[in-house]
Design a protein around this ligand. Structure first.
Ligand code: ADP
Ligand code: G6P
Length: 478
């Protein structure tokens, strides 16, 4: 097997394998912000490798190359998909790390599968990495991987980035096996988070639960036996988007025409309001629809001239909470349309499927308001994509203060989505905002997104990793 200087490890590969009716395999882009971000980073890296699952249970395909990346599929059995991926990752950690919006479930069999799967990912990463190379581990599904790599390969630099929030110690303490998880993460030389508050929560958990010495964002991990103590840095690195790629799309005349055509297809409404999310309970889709329904009920919005488009990518469809959410969202959309839609035009146009980058950008370009109402979100790239898609300086972003993006996008209309009255007021404010005000806000938002793209994010993380990680056991404690 060839080895690489930079190896990315994530639960998912950037592409998912789909079996076609004739038995052939088709590769499609995987869902979610992690893949959107890392794919654009890896396309600019020479001979980088990506280790991850290919999205279906059973045997893994042979390693293959795509878009200049070397992809190393990791197999997961049916039972591992159910216990490690749907179970411990998305039935335990995901809700716990997102403020327990739904109740996390704890099962020992799920934990056992999580440990087994983490070992397999770590092993695959170790085999793909050149001597003295760098391994960059991503997200909550793989928190044990840094320590597993360190024990096998003390010669490599190890970085970890958590794409989702890290919860306050009061919540994190509920997690059975919490200390194993912390020790797993501390195998890295650098642990990165989206927000400053996430990094603070992490070091607080390390101090309270493991009793390790913490100096601001530097943790001293005591050595075992003759091993010296090492230092681990925890810091925030807010992730971003491939701004140049989005900007290039907005200049394409075919996309500009597609945006105009979308408006025509919807009957040339005066205003289009857009929501784009994975169908996930963290995204606040129910709150958004409640606010929208009430605005229609009380006559504040006229469905003859204002349309909402809700794009909801299918996600984790075998997990109960996601099934329930889908049922509720579809019932609510049906009710709103039944009560308010004019004949031949929806009040809410609901799209339960994936769109390609071009269509997604055309949607952003066609929409007067973008609603990001997450109840908790690591960053939320949709907010940044919307801003990057508006070189015309038109459009208004309504943004939840519970999304990581709210730390940077201060010129958005910031809302607490739990307060339905506040949300309704914010939507009306956005719909009625004069053009000069839109321009002013959009200019400020765009400055932020244009100056801080995903390539700069990756460079900052890797430069910090280079400076803190000394191959051969990490930075020794002074
Ligand atoms: P998360 O990572 O939780 O899904 P983000 O907002 O950070 O949330 O990232 C979502 C990414 O997925 C964005 O790049 C967005 O454009 C993309 N996306 C969301 N819905 C769709 C869809 N229906 N089709 C294609 N891409 C989508
Ligand atoms: C978020 C997570 C990613 C995950 C993505 C899609 O972005 O941070 O780790 O890959 O959602 O979720 P899925 O479960 O389909 O991989």
């Amino acid at each position: 097997m060839p080895t690489h200087d930079l190896v990315i490890v994530a639960n998912r590969l950037p592409v998912d394998a789909r079996t076609l009716p004739d038995g052939a395999t088709e590769w499609v882009t995987s869902p979610g912000g992690l893949v959107t971000a890392m794919e654009s980073v890896m396309r600019t890296v020479d001979s980088g490798a990506w280790v991850g699952w290919h999205g279906t249970p059973g045997q893994a395909p042979e390693p293959f190359a795509a878009d200049g990346m070397h992809l190393y599929p990791v197999p997961l059995s049916e039972q591992e998909v159910s216990r490690y991926y749907e179970g411990f990752s998305n039935g335990t950690l995901w809700p716990l790390y997102h403020d327990v919006i739904v109740d996390p479930e704890f099962h020992r069999t799920w934990w056992d599968a999580y440990v087994r799967a983490n070992r397999r990912f770590a092993q695959a990463a170790v085999s793909a990495t050149a001597p003295g190379g760098t391994i960059w581990v991503h997200d909550y599904q793989l928190q044990l991987v840094p320590e597993l790599i360190r024990s096998a390969r003390p010669d490599v630099r190890i970085g970890f980035f958590n794409h989702i929030p890290f919860p306050p110690v009061e919540l994190f303490s509920q997690l059975p096996k919490r200390n194993q998880v912390l020790r797993g993460l501390l195998g890295a030389d650098l642990v990165g988070f989206q927000r400053e508050s996430d990094a603070m929560n992490f070091v607080a958990a390390v101090r309270h639960l493991l009793g390790y010495q913490v100096d601001q964002y530097t943790v001293t991990v005591p050595g075992i036996g003759s091993e010296p103590a090492r230092q681990v840095t925890a810091r925030s690195f807010p992730i971003s988007i491939d701004t140049a790629a989005v900007s290039a799309l907005t200049e394409d005349p075919a996309l500009q025409e597609r945006a105009a055509e979308l408006r025509r297809e919807l009957g040339e409404p005066a205003k289009i309001v857009l929501g784009v999310d994975r169908l996930d309970y963290t995204k606040g889709i129910r709150h958004r629809l409640k606010a929208w329904g009430e605005l229609l009920d009380d006559g504040s919005i006229d469905p003859h001239d204002t349309v909402m488009i809700q794009v909801a990518t299918p996600s984790r469809e075998r997990v109960d909470a996601y099934r329930q959410l889908r049922d509720e969202v579809e019932l609510t959309v049906g009710r709103i349309n039944g009560d308010h839609a004019p004949i031949g035009r929806p009040a809410v146009s609901y799209q339960h499927r994936s769109f390609d980058r071009r269509d997604m950008t055309a949607l952003y370009m066609a929409s007067d308001v973008c609603l990001v109402t997450a109840l908790r979100d690591g960053m939320n790239l949709v907010a940044k994509e919307y801003v990057a898609s508006r070189p015309d300086l038109r459009g208004v972003l309504v943004l939840s203060e519970f999304a990581g993006a709210a730390d940077e996008l201060r010129a958005a209309i910031l809302v607490n989505p739990h307060d339905i009255d506040e949300l309704k007021a914010a939507i009306l404010q956005a719909l009625n905002m004069p053009e000069e005000e839109q321009e002013q806000a959009m200019l400020s938002l765009r400055r932020q997104v244009l100056d801080h793209d995903v390539q700069a994010w990756a460079r900052a993380f890797l430069a910090e990793l280079e400076s803190v990680g000394a191959p051969g056991g990490g930075t020794p404690a002074p």
